[in-house]
Design a protein around this ligand. Structure first.
Ligand code: NAD
Ligand code: DAU
Length: 356
């Protein structure tokens, strides 16, 4: 059997595919549109693995998805594909509606038609796992308890609203058509191959490039950080044992204010790659205009996932962030490739035209 991963050239999807192939013999079909966030360089370590079939395409292309599902007798779909950056959603929400809402709808319809045609164990064993975010729950007051799966949806940005819409579609396809779905709602990830538009990789890159480290507003917004490998292990666990129609929160119990994260990154860089002038990278911190509608605090209660499926993260923030900084220091070629835009050249040569 085979699994179909969508968005597997992005940050979390690429980590998932690499980890999957390291731990399973089962092949992966990797469907990715290669938007600006998709980078085949993320998959360089498995480029020659015959179990990895990369296909460039859109999750909303029903005919393509049907061909892949039928051609590979896919037994599970793990849907990572999305527009994922909040700031971009504020600048231009259309792509978020198109992929996260319309695209997910198209994918669900293609999967439903395929699943309808399955028989026996192939049908009962089939799974559609939808990868979502804690941002669908909105923003927490400073001392409010962490989000459980019962927390009502209160998305505040175009990104989180589009993800919330996709979660509702997935839920409805289960309740109405019986499609065997599970959904995960995860907190902020960090780790290798994180695109340097997001806080942690951006700060590491700017620090080393002697640029200002932009902290939005007062820097006191809180995020709950999870190492990407732990998110991937949670998804594998939910895929294997999650109850149909259920949602599972995934998080690391690592609530940190943004300014604290930035200061930690500066301290690790001061130790591992000191500035030539002997000053701390923290001198580059620059408070800038806040993000419109900026959610103040997210925190995840992952108790259900631990109680029901025995999942716990392996990394603490301290171990994970140190590993992450070390990865970025050791992979400056990857950073250079992304920040210079060179990673797009191959897509243009191969496909004639890069997706937006
Ligand atoms: P990313 O932006 O790094 O990667 C997204 C990938 O999806 C890219 O490779 C892109 O090319 C691909 N893609 C976009 N539109 C597509 C389409 N129409 N068809 C096919 N492929 C398409 O995102 P990420 O950070 O890896 O996030 C992956 C998923 O996890 C998203 O659904 C996101 O909402 C969710 N999530 C992310 C985080 C986080 O902290 N990054 C946390 C919780 C949940
Ligand atoms: O909570 C899960 C979500 O985490 C995912 O669903 C999203 O896909 C992912 O992008 C992430 O969203 P955030 O908006 O929390 O991540 P980002 O890295 O963009 O920002 C983290 C925090 O840091 C946020 O409070 C905004 C702030 N920030 C961000 C950037 C890029 C800054 O202060 N300066 C910056 O330059």
């Amino acid at each position: 059997m085979t699994i179909l991963v969508t968005g597997g050239a992005g940050f979390i999807g690429a980590n998932f595919v690499i980890d999957w192939l390291a731990q399973h013999s089962e092949p992966v079909v990797n469907l990715d549109k290669l938007t600006y966030a998709g980078n085949l360089g993320n998959l360089a370590s498995i480029a020659n693995d015959p179990r990895h079939h990369f296909v460039r395409g859109d999750i909303g292309d029903g005919a393509l998805v049907a061909r892949l599902l039928n051609g590979h007798r896919v037994r599970a779909v793990i849907n990572f594909a999305a527009e994922s950056h909040v700031d971009r959603s504020i600048d231009g929400p259309a792509a978020f509606i198109q992929t996260n809402v319309v695209g997910t709808f198209g994918l669900l319809e293609a999967v439903r038609a395929y699943w309808d045609g399955l028989q026996g164990e192939e049908k009962t064993g089939f799974r559609f796992l939808h990868v979502s975010t804690d941002e669908v729950y909105g923003s927490l007051a400073p001392t409010a308890p962490a989000f459980t799966e019962q927390h009502r949806y209160e998305p505040n940005s175009p990104y989180s609203a589009s993800k919330a819409a996709s979660d509702h579609l997935v839920r409805a396809w289960h309740h109405t058509y019986g499609l065997p779905v599970v959904t995960t709602n995860c907190s902020n990830n960090y780790g290798p191959y994180h695109f340097p538009e997001k806080l942690i990789p951006l700060v590491i890159h700017h620090a080393l490039a002697s640029k200002p480290l932009p902290v939005y507003g007062d820097g006191r917004q809180v995020r709950d950080w999870l190492y990407v490998g732990d998110h991937c292990s949670a998804i594998r666990r939910v895929l294997a044992e999650g109850r149909l129609g259920e949602t599972y929160n995934v998080g690391g119990c690592n609530e940190k204010a943004n300014i604290e994260v930035v200061q930690t990154l500066c301290a690790i860089l001061d130790e591992l790659r000191p500035r030539v002038d002997g000053q701390s990278y923290a001198t580059q911190i620059s408070f800038v205009k806040d993000r419109p509608g900026h959610d103040r605090r997210y925190a995840i209660d992952a108790g259900k996932l631990e109680r029901e499926l025995g999942w716990r993260p392996l990394e603490t923030f301290e171990t994970g962030i140190r590993k992450t900084v070390a990865w970025y220091l050791a992979n400056q070629d990857w950073v250079q490739d992304v920040t210079s835009g060179h990673y797009r050249d191959w897509v243009e040569r191969q496909y004639g035209q890069a997706a937006p």
